[in-house]
Design a protein around this ligand. Structure first.
Ligand code: OSB
Ligand code: MG
Length: 376
């Protein structure tokens, strides 16, 4: 098949509840949606879930837009391809910019599986009909406010809660949540906020007594050595997120024992194919994985759910219902969690209809690139 048109839509959705991590606070999320149209008029959708600012990783919405428009779209327009793997080859020479690539990857896999009439989950080798979903809770102003958030989500049926931590917001809120919810599957995520001084190590060792499922990304993304050192000192598994961008990073993590759990984010790793490769490698190495989120709208969320249906996703994923974050989503049916479980779609592609009229009406930026006549 051949892609005749690529459209990009930048769209912002307000968050129901502002979200704060160790690095920043957000009250709305802007993502870029990618639509491929092939020569038969069939479409595929992907989502570039890059944060607006370069605080989680170096990409931003603006860098993603630039790379998408200048390099990724031209690499696929007019390309003849059969499998999504072949389509992903088109932009393989672009270094970095994983979030931007992940949006293109999502569109390629959605289009290819829609054309084949199979679900994305089935095509990837998914084995689950439903995925256990956890929620990720941001830093709150007070411990009481955090306890209220935990109660709200536990009452909604979510069985795993992840808490964002940062120096100064760690032992105390975690102790309070553990005291109030003794049996809750609990984990913490620092987004790389800790230094490697003795005091930071002592605090992180102090978290070992709360029976956490994991401590996610305490140190800077490139610092595999510090993560390995901490893992030697605690029983709680260290989980890597920002550190693992490529499958080679995962090899490094395994070799150094720098973590015993992996957060696979489709966006962070550059798309569906890389996420699947990371899953396969982790599974062979006996490392349990789960799927992290970037506050995806429905399109990216649906892709994440399909990926989470693979057998190595042994821990709850951040694929909560869209209604945890947004009043209105851009797909139907909307994604919902019932008692903390999200259904894996069985219809073709990502298995949802995209609300193109609403997207077109609300996008802050749109661009359309078509195959120039005579150029193939
Ligand atoms: O580290 O998982 C993270 C959001 C923005 C930046 C980093 C992270 C997050 C989340 C979002 O935790 C969780 C979700 O999408 O449900
Ligand atoms: Mg994380």
């Amino acid at each position: 098949m051949s892609i005749e048109r690529v459209r990009l839509f930048a769209l912002e959705l307000p968050l129901i509840h502002s979200f704060e991590t160790s690095s920043h606070r957000k009250s709305g999320i802007e993502h870029v949606l990618v639509e491929f149209t092939d020569s038969d008029g069939c479409t595929g959708w992907g989502e570039i879930a890059s944060p607006s600012d370069p605080f989680y990783c170096s990409e931003t919405v603006d860098t993603a837009w630039l790379i998408a428009e200048r390099y990724l779209a031209p690499s696929v327009l007019g390309l003849e391809w059969q499998t999504p793997e072949e389509c992903e080859e088109a932009w393989a020479k672009v270094r970095g910019h994983e979030f931007a690539k992940a949006g293109f990857s999502g569109a390629a896999w959605d289009l290819a599986t829609k054309r084949d009439g199979v679900s994305l989950s089935k095509k990837l080798g998914g084995t689950r009909a439903e995925v256990v979903s956890g929620v990720s809770l941001g830093i709150e102003k007070t411990t009481d406010a955090l306890l209220k958030q935990v109660a709200l989500h536990r009452d909604a049926g979510y069985s795993r809660v992840k808490l964002k931590i940062a120096p100064g917001w760690d032992i105390e809120p975690v102790a309070a949540v553990r005291e109030a919810f003794a049996d809750l599957d609990l984990h913490v995520d620092a987004n790389g906020a800790y230094g490697t001084d003795d005091a930071a190590f002592a605090t992180l060792r102090g978290l070992d007594r709360f029976g956490l499922t994991m401590i996610e990304q305490p140190f800077a993304s490139r610092d595999f050595i510090a993560h390995a050192a901490l893992q030697q000192q605690i029983d709680t598994p260290v989980c890597l997120d920002e550190s693992v961008v490529t499958v080679e990073d995962l090899e490094t993590m395994i070799r150094l024992d720098a973590g015993r759990v992996l957060n696979i984010k489709v966006s962070r790793m550059g798309g569906v194919l890389q996420a699947k490769r990371a899953h396969d490698l982790a599974q062979n190495a006996g490392i349990p994985v789960w799927c992290g989120g970037m506050h995806e709208f429905g399109i990216g969320r649906a892709t994440n759910i399909a990926v989470s249906s693979l057998p190595g996703f042994l821990l709850p994923s951040d694929v909560s219902g869209s209604d945890k974050y947004y009043e209105r989503d851009i797909i139907s049916p909307p994604i919902r969690a019932e008692q903390g479980l999200v259904q894996v779609q069985t219809g073709p592609g990502i298995g949802h209809e995209v609300d193109i009229e609403w997207i077109t009406a609300h996008a802050s930026r749109t661009t359309e690139m078509v195959l120039e006549e005579g150029v193939a």
